[in-house]
Design a protein around this ligand. Structure first.
Ligand code: GLS
Length: 841
């Protein structure tokens, strides 16, 4: 690796290269030094926040040393790299993860105790990095963790939003959104003011022939916004690899353009330009599984794609290789269609700037990209209007048309008799206005397309992308079932369970190879082990009960069965089915004799999740949950038999408290709608059982852990179409028990019935698109079975242990290896310091 410092002058440098702490004393020294100098605080005004800062800075120093080395090693090795492009990275907190991966948490714990602080309290000071909506963003975060842990040379590329997903408060039962300004005291990012890319918008396309007769295309004028890189270190577990997540921040370009304005006295308009530029990376769009088609969103997408592409190309060009080698050095994975413009941008760079011919360029492009689809919901499939693209990105629109032309010609040659096919698969939808179908563009520009669970990958091949399977053949389409990182979702969230498992398995090796969990099956009949297992679940429930009390003022009994549904609020996820089931239970309890009540297992129904601010129906469901809670929780006659809790502001760090405390969690989407789901995996890995439909990854979880360990219910995805048809033609009777629930709501038991009329009406009068009434009966019966099963705690714990033992498949390490093998064609980079890192505790 080159250096500007002459060889003979490197001695002093090497002598003073920092080494970071490695013992309790040196940790204390570093933390105190940071508190007193970096933060200018002292013994007399060091609160938990300042203690957090000192510890974060001390660990950060250690991390950076490995980070620098990793980057040098990867540059030196000059091998293929993975670039993971995602508009969302739902990282959560970083310190605990850094401690685990640096491997000096015990040292920090003891060191902090002597300084007067509890490590748990210090860790909780950190603000979540919440640059994502839900599963899609959290998946990206788990993937970064796995890529680093497996020593892949990988970069994440995203946007540095000033505001992450909003904070949710509940007022009078309604969701209220509060902006999430998260950047104060964020020690985990490094601005790289010297790494910038100028990004162009608007303008026009100039075409002419130069003196050599060559056709020149140039995109001229318009507006320039500068992208500034902010780097976030991503440490791997049990290895010295620390990868990089590069987030782009937008700022006004400091080109002559602006100076001219300032100088000509247009101060105010220059300031306005500046604010407009900064607004590009200002805020995360708060929709999950829903696209709104806003111009600023398209600007975000192009800004981020273009900046990332130029960065990647710049790095490639340093290697001085010929362009045809690009796909051997670069694999770019598109996390959903949000980065599809990267395909167009690379083609533009290659033909307009680097002077390659169309076909050579296109060959490079398609070998470079892979596209992951994360949903089949029509409202989530991205389309952008042609006039909007024309205005914002005139050259890109031309290239899109040309890509489409080449593609349609190829289709026409293959299917000369199928005239309708051309209209169906065209990237341009012939609507008013015309729309660009981003998913089609992503398929055409990639060499592999994958879904995120088996059922989902089958569905995309037989429904939304059916024609493309005909055109390209089935091999272009593949499945990589999602996974989760066991470091965060077992070890960090549930340290006692992780420790118990390690004590039985002899080491923490299972955190690197999750299939080792299968050895736990040997202990399902071990009385002592089962007791400890149960005690840990109970302790986790006590911790959650404390959180519920602090957050909502509701007192819940940790001995009750905790039934949890936490995820984004969405009609397809059917929180309404759950709350109707709760109302049904409430009515049943009210009608029970004292004897019957004694036999019933007390239950706490726990909900959490954000609704997109513009999604009225989802907000209505939150409102109903809270209103039902108000009535049920204050009904003395019901007491502990039933409590209903809505935990506000569900996020990654709350998930870490909630998930280990569940007895049952709900994954009850209409079959065929939830592409995968990933919290289902987290709950089972933490010893909770699940109630679920045969949807997404529930199917594979069931296959792995055994049908006897899952509470399945409801209709199958292959029957959904017929069932919807029945509703449409009025051949459907609503279950009488559900009618009673509706009558109770309509009678005003939970407050103004008018507030819920659209929710009830959607099911009773408007076709019940999500088939709540079709699955209600089966859902309630399955809930009764859960009550019965829970009474036999011996059996319940056995199911819990067996399930955990069989969850090895769902680690994101397995996913990443599958992507590396079947899509990226890349091998890990060996790291020799690995053993040393793994020896640290
Ligand atoms: C999602 C799906 O809805 C989830 O089922 C899936 O687990 C996740 C990650 O693949 O992607 N798609 C989406 O738009 N948001 C999601 O969470």
């Amino acid at each position: 690796v080159e250096s500007s410092i002459p060889e003979h002058m490197r001695e002093a440098w090497k002598k003073f290269s920092p080494t970071g702490f490695n013992s309790k004393e040196t940790f204390q020294k570093e933390a105190v030094r940071h508190i007193e100098t970096t933060l200018a605080r002292s013994l007399y005004n060091c609160d938990e926040g300042a203690a957090y800062s000192g510890v974060a800075l001390a660990f950060r120093d250690r991390l950076i040393m490995d980070w620098n080395k990793t980057q040098q090693r990867q540059t030196f090795a000059d091998q293929k790299r993975i670039y993971y492009l995602s508009l969302e990275f739902l990282m959560g907190r970083a310190l605990d993860n850094a401690m685990l991966n640096v491997g000096l948490k015990t040292v920090a714990k003891d060191g902090l105790a002597e300084l007067g602080f509890r490590i748990e309290d210090v860790i909780q000071q950190e603000h979540d990095a919440a640059l994502g909506n839900g599963g899609l963003g959290r998946l990206a975060a788990c993937f970064l963790d796995s890529m680093a842990s497996l020593n892949y040379a990988a970069w994440g590329y995203g946007l540095r939003y000033r505001y992450g997903i909003f904070k949710q408060e509940i007022e009078n039962g309604y969701q209220v959104e509060i902006p999430d300004y998260w950047l104060d005291s964020n020690y985990w990012e490094f601005p790289r003011y010297d790494v910038t890319v100028d990004i162009q918008f608007y303008g026009w396309v100039n075409k002419y022939t130069d003196e050599n007769g060559k056709q020149i295309v140039s995109w001229q004028d318009g507006e320039i916004v500068t992208a500034v890189a902010y780097d976030v270190p991503i440490p791997g577990y049990g290895t010295a690899t620390v990868n990089n997540l590069r987030l782009w921040n937008s700022k006004a370009s400091s080109g002559e353009f602006d100076f001219a304005k300032f100088n000509s006295g247009e101060y105010e308009s220059a300031v306005a330009d500046e604010q407009r530029a900064e607004s590009i990376s200002a805020v995360l769009y708060p929709n999950d599984n829903m696209e709104r088609g806003k111009e600023l969103r398209l600007k975000q997408q192009y800004f981020w794609c273009a900046a990332s592409l130029h960065d990647i190309v710049r790095r490639f060009k340093k290697s001085k290789r010929p362009w045809k080698d690009f796909p051997d050095q670069v694999a770019i994975q598109l996390n959903d269609t949000h980065p599809t413009l990267a395909i167009v941008e690379l083609q533009r760079i290659l033909i307009d700037i680097e002077g390659l011919g169309w076909d050579d360029a296109w060959d490079i492009v398609t070998k470079t990209f892979g596209y992951t689809n994360h949903t089949v919901l029509p409202e989530a499939l991205e389309k952008w209007s042609v006039p909007l693209i024309q205005h914002l990105l005139p050259r890109h629109l031309e290239i899109i048309y040309e890509i489409n032309l080449h593609f349609l010609q190829q289709v026409e040659r293959r299917f000369p008799k199928d005239r309708d096919m051309l209209g169906r698969v065209s990237v341009v939808e012939e609507s008013q206005p015309k729309m660009i179908r981003m998913a089609y563009l992503a398929i055409i520009g990639s060499h592999k397309v994958n879904g995120v669970a088996e059922l989902h990958s089958d569905l995309i091949k037989t429904t939304i992308f059916k024609d493309f399977v005909k055109i390209y053949g089935p091999d272009k389409f593949t499945n990589v079932t999602n996974g989760i990182t066991p470091r965060r979702w077992l070890h960090q969230a549930n340290p006692r369970l992780s420790e118990l498992i390690a004590s039985k398995l002899g080491s923490y090796e299972f955190l690197k190879d999750l299939t080792l969990l299968n050895k736990l099956e040997g202990f399902v009949d071990d009385k002592e082990f089962k007791k400890e297992w149960q005690e840990i679940k109970y302790a986790n429930k006590v911790r959650l009960a404390q959180h519920i009390m602090a957050a909502t003022g509701i007192s819940v009994n940790p001995k009750a069965l905790f039934d949890v549904q936490v995820k984004r609020m969405h009609e397809y996820k059917r929180q309404q089915l759950n709350i109707f089931g709760v109302i049904h239970r409430y009515l049943a309890i009210k009608a029970m004799s004292a004897d019957e009540r004694k036999k019933l297992a007390p239950r706490v129904s726990i909900f959490g999740g954000k609704a997109a601010p513009g999604y009225w129906m989802a907000k209505t469901i939150i409102h109903l949950i809270n209103k039902v809670g108000d009535v049920v929780n204050n009904d003395k006659d019901v007491g502990d038999l039933l409590k209903v809790v809505f935990i506000p502001d569900y996020n990654v760090s709350k998930a870490e408290i909630i998930i280990p405390a569940s007895d049952i969690s709900e994954h009850i989407s209409t079959a065929g709608t939830e592409a995968s789901g990933t919290s289902n995996m987290k709950f089972v890995l933490n010893g909770g059982l699940v109630i679920g439909t045969l949807d997404g990854a529930n199917i594979e979880i069931t296959r792995e852990i055994g049908e006897q360990n899952v509470f399945l219910f409801g209709n199958l995805s292959e029957d959904v179409e017929d069932l919807r048809h029945n509703h449409f033609y009025g051949n459907h009777q609503i279950d009488p028990e559900l009618v009673k629930v509706f009558d109770t709501i309509k009678s005003g038991t939970f407050g103004d019935a008018g507030a819920f009329s659209s929710l009830v009406g959607a099911i009773a009068d408007h076709g019940d698109y999500y088939l709540v009434s079709d699955d209600f009966n089966s859902y309630c019966k399955t809930q009764d079975l859960i009550d019965e099963t829970y009474k036999n705690q011996e059996e319940w714990i056995s199911k819990s242990i067996t399930s955990v033992a069989r969850m090895g498949f769902f680690t994101s390490d397995r996913c990443i290896n599958e992507y590396a093998d079947s899509i990226w064609n890349i091998e890990p980079l060996q790291v020799k310091e690995e053993a040393e890192v793994r020896a640290r505790t």
